[in-house]
Design a protein around this ligand. Structure first.
Ligand code: LLP
Length: 388
C-alpha cells in the first residue's frame, strides 16, 4: 500500500521495537523526534532568500522542541500573550525582538503588555489604533495585510480573502495614513499569512509582491513577513512543497527590495513530521459491512481528522511486516460519530493490544487536544530522552 512506502521513509521506521515499548509503558502518547525537528530546521535555514525565521509555536509548544528552535537561534511567533510569556519564562535572556506577537481580536491589555515587554507587535486590524491610539504613540508596528487570496488544506484554515476574519485590506491601509501620522507610528514591517498546509510554491512570491507594492508607501519599512503555511505531504499521492522553488522565487523578489528583509514564520513544516501518536487497539467490530478498529484515544488527542477531514497515515506497528489486506475505519473511544482517525484504511489483520501509529501528528496535535468525555488525552514524550 502507499503507507508502506511512506513508512520506509519515516524517522520511526527503524525504531519500531522502541516505540512499541514506549506505548506499552506510557499508554496513548505523542512521541517526538528532535532529530527530525533539527533536520527540518536545517532545511529552512539553508534558504538563501529568508533573513529571519520565527517558529509559529501554536503548532507545538513542547519544551524540548522550543529549545531545539532556540538553539538554532530562530525567533518565535506568538498569538496570545500567554505564548509570549511562556517564551520569556523559558528563555529569560532572549532578546524580545526575537518574539513576534500576532494577536487577533485580543483585549487591549495584551497589546499594552506586549509594548511593555518590547516584543514585535502586529496589528491585524485598525480598530486598536482607532480606539486606543494613545497606547501606540510613537511605537514601531507591523501591519497584517489581507493580500486577497486564502490558501490551505481546508476552508477552515484559509486566513485571507473575504471569508476570513484576518488582516487589513490593502485599500484600508492606504486610507489609514493619517492615523499613523497622528500617533507618529513607525510602520516597520508588513505581514501576511494566507493559510496553512500550502503545497504550491508560488504562494509566498505572490503574497510578497502584494506587500512589496504596498511597502512603497511606507519609507520606514524594514521587512516583509510572508507568514507560515508551508505544507507537508499528508496524502499518499501529494507532491511535496518544492522548497528550492520557493527560495528561488523569493531570491528574485529580494533583489528588487533594496535592503528590505524577508521573514517567514512556519509552524507545521518544522514539527508535523517529527511527531507520531501511538495508541493500542482496544476492540474490533464489524457492522453493516464496515470494519471498525478501536484504539484507546481519539479526537480528544487528535482532532484534525474530525475538524478538517485531515488525512494522517496510520500503520499497525506491531504488524508492520504483515500484508495489508483488511479495510478498517480507525475510531477512538469518544462518544461522537465523528471520532474517526482514519476512514477505510488498508491494514494488516489487527488484534487487541496491537500498537497503532498515527503519523504526521507533531503539528496541531497535542496543542489542540482536550479533556472531552473526561478522557485524558495522549501525553507527550521525546524519543531521544527515552531511548539512548
Ligand atoms: N503565522 C500565523 C499568523 C498563523 O496564524 C499561523 C497558523 C502560522 C504562522 C503557522 O502556520 P503553519 O506554518 O503552521 O501552517 N489547526 C490547523 C492549522 C491552523 C493554523 C493557524 N495559524 C491545522 O491543524 O491544520
Amino acid at each position: 500500500s502507499g503507507e508502506e512506502e511512506f513508512a520506509r521513509r519515516s524517522w520511526w521506521f527503524d525504531k519500531v521495537g522502541a516505540l512499541e515499548q514506549i506505548a506499552s509503558e506510557h499508554g496513548p502518547c505523542y512521541v517526538y523526534s528532535m532529530q527530525k525537528v533539527n533536520e527540518q530546521l536545517d532545511r529552512l535555514l539553508s534558504l538563501k532568500s529568508i533573513d529571519r525565521f520565527f517558529y509559529a509555536m501554536k503548532a507545538n509548544s513542547n519544551a524540548a522542541l522550543l529549545s531545539a528552535v532556540e538553539e538554532k537561534q530562530l525567533g518565535f511567533e506568538c498569538v496570545s500573550i500567554e505564548e509570549v510569556r511562556h517564551i520569556l519564562n523559558l528563555f529569560p535572556s532572549i532578546n524580545p525582538q526575537r518574539i513576534l506577537f500576532t494577536p487577533n481580536f485580543a483585549p487591549r491589555e495584551e497589546y499594552e503588555e506586549a509594548l511593555r515587554l518590547g516584543v514585535n507587535l502586529t496589528l491585524d486590524n485598525l480598530y486598536p489604533l482607532q480606539q486606543w491610539g494613545e497606547i501606540f504613540d510613537q511605537q514601531s508596528l507591523i501591519l497584517r495585510i489581507d493580500t486577497g487570496t486564502g490558501r490551505g488544506h481546508h476552508q477552515h484554515v484559509k486566513t485571507a480573502g473575504n471569508e476570513a476574519k484576518f488582516g487589513i485590506p490593502v485599500s484600508d491601509v492606504l486610507g489609514a495614513k493619517d492615523l499613523f501620522e497622528q500617533y507618529q507610528i513607525k510602520v516597520v514591517g508588513l505581514h501576511c499569512h494566507v493559510g496553512s498546509g500550502i503545497l504550491s510554491s508560488e504562494n509566498w512570491l505572490e503574497n510578497g509582491r502584494v506587500l512589496q507594492e504596498l511597502a512603497q508607501h511606507f519609507p520606514t519599512i524594514k521587512f516583509l513577513d510572508l507568514g507560515g503555511g508551508l505544507g507537508i505531504v499528508e496524502k499518499p499521492q501529494q507532491q511535496a512543497l518544492d522548497l528550492a522553488a520557493v527560495d528561488a522565487s523569493l531570491v528574485k523578489l529580494k533583489e528588487r527590495l533594496g535592503g528590505i528583509e524577508l521573514w517567514l514564520e512556519p509552524g507545521r513544516f518544522i514539527s508535523a513530521e517529527s511527531g507520531v501518536l501511538l495508541a493500542r487497539v482496544t476492540q474490533l467490530k464489524g457492522k453493516s459491512g464496515a470494519r471498525y478498529l478501536g484504539v484507546e484515544t481519539g479526537m480528544n488527542s487528535l482532532i484534525r481528522p474530525a475538524l478538517y477531514g485531515a488525512y494522517h497515515p496510520i500503520v499497525n506497528l506491531t504488524r508492520l511486516k504483515s500484508p495489508a489486506v483488511e479495510r478498517y475505519t480507525v475510531v477512538g473511544p469518544i462518544c461522537e460519530t465523528g471520532d474517526k482517525l482514519g476512514l477505510e484504511r488498508l491494514l494488516p489483520v489487527s488484534h487487541e493490544g496491537d500498537v497503532m501509529l498515527i503519523a504526521n501528528a507533531g503539528a496541531y496535535g497535542f496543542v489542540m487536544s482536550s479533556q472531552y468525555n473526561m478522557r485524558s488525552p495522549a501525553k507527550e514524550v521525546v524519543f531521544e530522552n527515552l531511548v539512548k
